[in-house]
Design a protein around this ligand. Structure first.
Ligand code: SAM
Length: 285
């Protein structure tokens, strides 16, 4: 019998993906997790009925969540990923040779274990990199308590439901700010502006009260249905999002010019060009 898995994120529309083969379908310690194969998106993982990662298009989100802040910063030595249990952002971040350590704080060990087993190509050995440090904890508790300082923090969270809800609060962002080294940069998974406008506006509003520069950048991830996905941007160094393409090209060459499929220097610069309906969410009226 055919099985279709429905995404239930939005109030007025739902997407169904055909599950040609279900590899896992159960509860982890924190959330409902299903992994299945699909003819168009490859292998798919959903958490609490929301698409998180697909092997067909994960490169888009993982490259843009990592290379934009790391090449914008230019001198990151220590980075923190909050969430990101599938290991895709960790894989991409570790391509930056200047990084000495990347800490990944994931609340759900089950996500890491199941993704290592069923999506080996996503983490692609990143968890075994000597520079990788995994902490199993709620990201809010980690940033509230750590004495570490990070040059870049990437919040690769679920949407603001279930365990991910606390990662969209002012308190969490304030603690992230406390954990940033001088000149540091925070980026966040901030949903689809076309369908989750208030989520982006609220996060960037919190950033404006905490940082000197608050903005967003975009990418187009086919499996996040409903338009471009936004990444929140928060830093005290307003220059970081205004680098010219040539500077990003130099930094990319110095990092070894590793192969990418979505991020590239001109895409990096263009990602900050927000259409008006999104710009009005991130700029004070
Ligand atoms: N790329 C995906 C997206 O844009 O929706 C996110 C991928 S990743 C799988 C999201 C991760 O955030 C999950 O592994 C989930 O367990 C983790 N997570 C949710 N709430 C968390 C929290 N409070 N602290 C740390 N990790 C959390």
């Amino acid at each position: 019998m055919e099985r279709w898995v429905e995404e239930t994120l939005h109030r007025g529309f739902r997407v169904r993906l055909k599950a040609d083969r279900v590899l896992f379908d159960s509860e982890t310690e924190h959330q409902r997790l299903i992994i299945f194969d699909n003819a168009d998106f490859g292998r798919v993982m959903m958490l609490d009925n929301i698409v998180q990662v697909t092997t067909a298009d994960e490169f888009v989100y993982h490259e843009m969540m990592s290379h934009v802040p790391l090449f914008a910063h230019g001198r990151a030595r220590k980075a923190l990923i909050v969430g990101g249990g599938d290991g895709g952002v960790l894989r991409e971040a570790l391509k930056h040779p200047e990084l000495e350590q990347v800490t990944l704080c994931e609340i759900d060990q089950g996500v890491i274990d199941l993704c290592r087993a069923h999506f080996p190509g996503v983490s692609a050995g990143a968890y075994d990199d000597p520079r990788a440090r995994v902490v199993i904890a709620d990201g809010t508790k980690f940033v509230a308590g750590t004495g570490d300082r990070f040059d870049v923090i990437m919040v690769d969270s679920t949407d603001p439901i279930g365990p991910g809800a606390v990662l969209f609060t002012r308190e969490f962002y304030a603690d992230c700010r406390r954990c940033l080294a001088p000149g540091g940069l925070l980026v966040t998974q901030n949903g689809l502006p076309f369908l989750q406008a208030s989520e982006l506006a609220q996060s960037v509003g919190y950033f404006r009260g905490l940082f000197g520069d608050a903005f967003a950048y975009l990418a187009t991830t086919p499996s996040y249905f409903g338009g471009p996905i936004s990444f929140g941007w928060a830093t005290d160094n307003a220059k970081l999002r205004h680098h010219k393409r040539r500077k990003i090209e130099r930094r990319y060459a110095n990092a070894g010019g590793f192969p990418t499929r979505y991020w590239r220097p001109d895409v990096h610069v263009a990602a900050f060009a927000l259409p008006n309906y999104i710009r009005e969410l991130v700029e004070p009226s």
